[in-house]
Design a protein around this ligand. Structure first.
Ligand SMILES: [Zn+2]
Length: 300
């Protein structure tokens, strides 16, 4: 298993396409082979070293079949290098930088990064626990509208765990349609454990929710000093969006907020991220190109 964020180490372990395929072979069939057509667990050598042929039905399967690595438009070594760069760098990279560095067109880099973003997300059962602060914010847009208007901006739900020593634990970010109490209620249910103690501000939607949900308490803002840690996290997310990605269209806010949340919550496990992402890419069926493309115009 490759662990670390050191480019020289990475270069030593992955010199050729073969090194990468062997890594994938280990992930897919290292412990056990099973034919994806008939379930048989016995195999022969396949047509090349990264294929296996089923003893029972004869299906000759590539190590990348049924994985996100299938059909990528570049050598596997470049794909590995991209995964390495995107996971080793604390804040990630724009696809322009990435394309230049790896020597592929921006479009290729863009598409591959979308695939990575699609696996960089927290598992559904990972909900915030303990003391949790909850708020909402607006992202993007250049309108001069004040307040909570979602006409030109995107609404987003934000929650952070506050640890006993006051530092931030895990965070949750989720784009939402509006700041209505129903919408916020679902965002809370999706992201925060029902046993958590939730603190929010005195926005009317929360006041309404506090009547239905016993674990919500309202913190009356003392001129912005309330929920300081949470507001710091919101600022950091916005800075990351601007700094790394320059801009982000509404259609992609889901992907970017998932990516940020994943990176943030795994901030102390950065050296494991390469392997984690490669395993996720191996275990997720590929999104068709048209699906990814339909999501939007290019963003960086
Ligand atoms: Zn078979």
């Amino acid at each position: 298993m490759f662990k670390g964020v050191n480019a020289i180490e990475f270069g030593k372990q992955f010199k050729t396409n073969e090194d990468c395929y062997k890594y994938l072979l280990q992930i897919k069939w290292g412990k056990r082979y099973q034919c994806s057509k008939c379930g048989c667990e016995q195999s022969y050598k396949g047509r090349t070293y990264y294929y296996r042929r089923c003893r029972s039905c004869g299906y000759d399967e590539s190590v990348t079949a049924n994985t996100v690595f299938h059909g990528i438009k570049m050598p596997i070594l470049k794909a590995f290098y991209m995964v390495f760069r995107l996971t080793a760098k604390k804040k990630g990279m724009s696809t322009i930088e990435l394309g230049n560095e790896v020597g592929v067109q921006q479009k290729t880099a863009w598409l591959f990064k979308r695939k990575l973003q699609a696996v960089m997300k927290k598992d559904k059962e990972d909900k915030l626990k303990g003391d949790v602060e909850v708020d909402e914010t607006l992202i993007g847009g250049y309108s001069t509208d004040k307040g909570r208007s979602t006409k030109t901006k995107d609404a987003m739900f934000v929650a952070v765990e506050i640890l006993a020593d006051g530092r931030t634990g895990n965070i949750a970010l989720q784009p939402i349609e509006s700041f209505k109490s129903e919408e916020l209620k679902y965002a809370i249910k999706d992201n925060v454990s029902s046993e958590a103690q939730i603190k929010t501000d005195a926005y009317h939607s929360y006041k309404k929710l506090a009547k239905q949900m016993k674990n919500i308490s309202i913190e009356y803002s003392k001129k912005g000093t309330a929920m300081e840690e949470l507001h710091k996290q919101i600022m950091q997310f916005k800075n990351w969006l601007r700094g790394t990605h320059h801009q982000c269209s509404s259609e992609y806010l889901f992907a970017y907020s998932d990516e940020y949340e994943y990176r943030f919550n795994k901030r102390n496990m950065r050296k494991w991220l390469f392997n984690d992402v490669v395993e996720r890419l191996m275990n997720q069926i590929p999104h068709p190109y048209n699906y990814l493309k339909s999501l939007c115009v290019y963003s960086t």
